[in-house]
Design a protein around this ligand. Structure first.
Ligand code: AKG
Ligand code: FE2
Length: 362
């Protein structure tokens, strides 16, 4: 049984930054840094990832999740944890949600057991989104005044980068049996509490931060994602109304408007918090279930290789901004992530304690 979290909600997401990647480079890099400092989160448009690459993966993912459970489980039998298909159980430590998911290694050669349309779609998508992730990371480095602009993106470009792709499918609650005779009270309550956009008060993917360097997340335009801007206050992330209009031609209106929603990329950062010595925030977020529509989210998690050592950029550590986290390898951080619960704050495990001179110098 998934518990609801009764927390205050800000009714719209106008406060969330929307950044146009085609803007003037200096300006874009400043906006990105500001968004990462203020929210750890922004939406990005005009990013250059081809539409057909996005829609092919979305279609292939829907096809995959429409298969019988036995087939989905069989397809991922050769995968080692955390890769493969999962339903409701998130991680290994008792977290559950109203979601089914598929976790894939972002190295295309690693996904040989999946249907061919999914494999092809994943490899084109990953290639395009990795380039985008590198571009964003270079802009961040520029905005932070780093001497080497590839200081972050070189982690992702490494051949043995541990990046992964996670496909999350949230079936609509109304598809469940709600007849009074079988008495599905939970679904009936969810129907009663859903808003005009169909998002209801049932948790699909519980509150957490993403452990990797940066997440590029794309949803199919159905609401559900929420981010926490202050402790306990949640902001729903819905498609930006103006952006929707900008890209809509009269003839293609319906098709294009749905696709455009998928072009809002949501960037979330955690390890960058350590690399920026706490200057960037890592955003807490969660996904709610929709009452009427299937929601799909496709999250690319840009990660370093397992042996990469994470430490802050030297110029961000100053007498006024002393070092916050000891250095750690991505393998150490990943282990801490998988041994905890979804909502745990893992970066604190690496926080330098007062008087710990050795850690502060590592
Ligand atoms: O489905 C979403 O919008 C969020 C998914 C998510 O946070 C994740 O996969 O880490
Ligand atoms: Fe997440």
């Amino acid at each position: 049984m998934v518990e609801n979290t009764p927390t205050p909600l800000i009714p719209n997401n106008e406060i969330l930054p929307l950044i146009d990647l085609k803007g003037q480079r200096d300006e874009v890099s400043k906006l990105i840094v500001k968004a990462c400092e203020d929210f750890g989160f922004f939406k990005l448009i005009n990013h250059g990832v081809p539409m057909d690459v996005i829609s092919s993966l979305e279609e292939a993912s829907f096809d995959f999740f429409a298969k019988p459970s036995s087939e989905k489980e069989r397809a991922s039998l050769c995968s080692n944890p955390p890769y493969g298909y999962g339903c409701k159980n998130i991680g290994l430590n008792g977290d559950v949600g109203e979601v089914e998911y598929l976790i894939l290694d972002a190295k295309p050669a690693a996904i040989t057991t999946y249907p061919i349309n999914l494999r092809d779609a994943v490899s084109s998508y990953v290639e395009a989104v990795r380039e985008l992730a590198c571009e964003i990371l270079d802009l961040m480095a520029e905005g932070l005044g780093a001497q080497q602009t590839s200081v972050f993106s070189s982690f992702i470009r490494a051949v043995n980068s541990d990046s992964l792709l996670r496909l999350n499918h949230y079936p609509p609650l109304r598809d469940r049996d709600t007849s009074p005779s079988t008495g599905n009270a939970a679904a009936a309550t969810a129907s009663a509490t859903s808003g005009a956009d169909g998002v209801c008060n049932r948790i699909g993917f519980g509150e957490h931060t993403d452990p990797q360097i940066l997440t590029i997340l794309k949803s199919n335009g159905v609401g559900g994602l929420q981010i926490s801007v202050q402790d306990g206050v949640w902001v729903p992330v819905s498609p930006h109304p103006t952006a929707f209009f900008v890209n809509v031609g009269d003839v293609l209106q319906d098709r294009e408007s749905t696709s455009f929603a998928s072009l809002l990329l949501l960037i979330m950062l955690t390890v960058l918090k350590a690399m920026t010595n706490g200057k960037f925030l890592s955003v807490r977020h969660r996904a709610m279930v929709n009452w009427q529509e299937s929601r799909m989210s496709m999250a690319y998690f840009a990660s370093p290789s397992l042996d990469s050592r994470i430490s802050p950029l030297a110029h961000l550590v100053t007498p006024n901004s002393p070092r916050l986290y000891r250095s750690f390898t991505w393998a150490e951080y990943k282990k801490a992530t998988y041994s905890g619960r979804l909502g745990d704050s893992r970066l604190n495990l690496f926080r330098i304690q007062p008087g710990d001179e050795t850690a502060a110098k590592q």
